[in-house]
Design a protein around this ligand. Structure first.
Ligand code: DGJ
Length: 325
C-alpha cells in the first residue's frame, strides 16, 4: 500500500467512525414539530398513531403511507429513542387493503384472548366516502396483523377514531359519524373485535374529530379537534366522571391552532416521582404526508377537571421519575 492509499484509508476510517458515533448517540430531547427520527436516523412514519406499553417497551403504532405501507411499529424504552420493528399491515396483508387508505390505527391488548386488537379508520379509493372502521388482530405486537373486517358500526359512518381500554378491561371506540357532525361512543364486545352497544352520541352537530382519551383521578378527559381537513384548528376537551357521560361542555385548550397540531393520543406516564400525561399530536403536511411532524407536550392540570397545554420547543422525558421538561 502506497503512502497515499494509507492516508486516504485513514481519512475514510476517521469519518466513518465519526458518523457511526453520531448515529449511536442516544437522544436526550425531541424537537417539537419536526419529523422525529429513529435510531437509524430514518424518519419515523407513525402518524395518527397510538401508544401502548408491553413489557419494558413503549410501542408507537401509526400510519405510514410511504411505498404503499400502512401501519408501522416502533418501540422505545424512553419515549425518545425509537427502534423500527416492522410493518403490521401493508397493501399485501389482505385484498381489502390493496387500494385502501388507513388512518389513526390504535392497538389495545385483550388479556382473555391474548390478542392485540387494532381499530382504525378505513377508506377505499380516493376519497373519504367509505367512512368505515376496520379491525385487525395479532398474537404478537411486533408481528404482522391479520385483517378481520371493515364495517360501519351499527350502520353509522366512522372516520377519525380512537380506542380506549379501561381499568376493568372494558374497551371503547370513539368515532366521528354523520359526516363528522357527531362523535359516537361504542362499547366493544369482550374480545374487542366488534361493537357491542352504542353508548352515546357526544355533542351532536359539534363537528369534532381526532379524539384522544385519558383518565386522571376521578375524571376521563376527551380531547378533540374541529374539522378543517389537514389544517390545524382549536383543540377542545371535555371531562366526565363516567365514560358514558354525562360529559361536560367543550372547553378550549392550547392556542387557536393547537400549536399547529392535531391530537392523536394522550399517554399516561407513571413514574416513581410523579404521573405525567403526554399529549401527542401530528403537525400535518397534507401534500407530502410522510413529512408531517410530531408534537410531544406535557398536559398540565390546574385542578381535578381543568386541563391545559403549553408550548415548548423541545421535550425531555424521564420515564423512571415520570417527569417531563
Ligand atoms: C383530519 C383528520 O383528523 C385526519 O386524520 C385526516 O382524515 C384529514 N382530516 C383528512 O383531510
Amino acid at each position: 500500500m502506497t503512502f497515499m492509499m494509507k492516508y486516504i484509508c485513514l481519512i475514510f476510517c476517521f469519518f466513518a467512525l465519526g458518523y457511526m458515533s453520531v448515529e449511536a448517540q442516544a437522544k436526550t430531547a425531541l424537537i417539537n414539530g419536526s419529523s422525529f427520527t429513529d435510531n437509524e436516523g430514518k424518519v419515523i412514519n407513525a402518524h395518527g398513531g397510538g401508544f401502548l406499553k408491553v413489557g419494558n417497551y413503549y410501542y408507537w403504532i401509526g400510519e405510514n403511507r410511504k411505498q404503499g405501507v400502512f401501519v408501522s411499529c416502533y418501540r422505545s424504552k424512553d419515549l425518545m429513542n425509537w427502534e423500527f420493528r416492522g410493518d403490521l399491515l401493508t397493501r399485501q396483508s389482505h385484498p381489502e387493503l390493496d387500494s385502501a387508505n388507513i388512518e389513526r390505527p390504535k392497538v389495545i391488548y385483550n388479556s382473555k384472548t391474548k390478542q392485540f386488537v387494532m381499530w382504525m379508520h378505513y377508506e377505499y379509493g380516493r376519497d373519504y366516502s367509505y367512512a368505515r372502521a376496520a379491525i385487525a388482530t395479532s398474537g404478537d405486537i411486533e408481528k404482522p396483523f391479520t385483517f378481520v373486517k371493515s364495517f360501519r358500526p351499527f350502520g353509522n359512518m366512522s372516520r377519525d377514531c380512537t380506542l380506549y381500554k379501561d381499568d376493568d378491561g372494558s374497551a371503547y371506540f370513539f368515532s366521528s359519524a354523520r359526516e363528522n357532525y357527531d362523535m359516537m361512543l361504542y362499547k366493544l364486545t369482550d374480545d374487542y373485535t366488534d361493537v357491542k352497544t352504542q353508548i352515546a352520541t357526544l355533542w351532536p352537530g359539534g363537528h369534532r374529530e381526532a379524539p384522544a382519551l385519558v383518565k386522571r383521578g376521578k375524571y376521563y378527559f376527551l380531547m378533540t379537534s374541529g374539522c378543517t381537513g389537514w389544517a390545524p384548528n382549536q383543540a377542545m376537551y371535555a371531562f366526565s366522571e363516567s365514560i358514558s357521560g354525562p360529559w361536560s361542555e367543550l372547553k378550549n385548550i392550547a392556542n387557536s391552532t393547537t400549536f399547529d397540531s392535531q391530537s392523536t393520543f394522550i399517554l399516561p406516564l407513571v413514574g416513581n416521582k410523579t404521573t405525567s400525561y403526554l399529549y401527542v399530536g401530528d403537525r400535518w403536511d397534507g401534500k407530502q404526508y410522510f413529512k408531517s411532524g410530531y408534537i410531544f407536550l406535557p398536559l398540565a392540570f390546574e385542578n381535578d377537571s381543568t386541563m391545559t397545554l403549553s408550548w415548548r420547543d423541545t421535550i425531555s422525558i424521564n420515564v423512571k421519575t415520570g417527569k417531563m421538561k
